[in-house]
Design a protein around this ligand. Structure first.
Ligand code: HEC
Ligand code: HEC
Length: 86
């Protein structure tokens, strides 16, 4: 093979690889975690900083509170990374 053909071949390989990667990224499963509810209890968290908002979650969802999270809840660090504000 001449070097010109090699380069063409390498380019095609690169393009194919890139397309495959994009294909997999766009096929990622949709987000299924529930967003932060839009109601009286949660409305005020929509506008404040995430860090500040997260300090308040425990007052209702913390251990021993009314809306305590179930045992099976995933790791709870940074609530709003998973429960998006919409
Ligand atoms: C004033 C009390 C209160 C505070 C503070 C609070 N919540 Fe809630 N939350 C509730 C109640 C009550 C429910 C159950 C009723 C509902 O679905 O709205 C609930 C439900 C939820 C749900 C489940 C929604 C669903 O569709 O099942 C999520 C997620 C949630 N809260 C996240 C948060 C996060 C994150 C914070 C902190 C930013 C927070 N909450 C702060 C009272 C509170
Ligand atoms: C790693 C991602 C993640 C983080 C961080 C997280 N959650 Fe969740 N949460 C989930 C998933 C997944 C569920 C299961 C139900 C669902 O699909 O929403 C859930 C469910 C809930 C529910 C509903 C529970 C029920 O009784 O059905 C509430 C309320 C909730 N989370 C509040 C919070 C609060 C408050 C924090 C921060 C202290 C938090 N979450 C942090 C992923 C997360």
């Amino acid at each position: 093979m001449t070097s010109k053909y090699k380069r063409t071949f390498a380019n095609i390989l690169f393009l194919t690889g890139s397309c495959l990667l994009l294909y997999f990224l766009f096929n990622a499963p949709p987000e299924t975690t529930k967003p932060l509810p839009r109601d009286q209890d949660h409305e005020r968290f929509m506008t404040m900083s995430k860090k500040k908002a997260e300090q308040a979650c425990d007052s209702c969802h913390g251990p021993g509170e009314k809306n305590q999270l179930p045992e099976t809840h995933p790791p709870k660090y940074r609530c709003l990374f998973c429960h998006k504000r919409k």
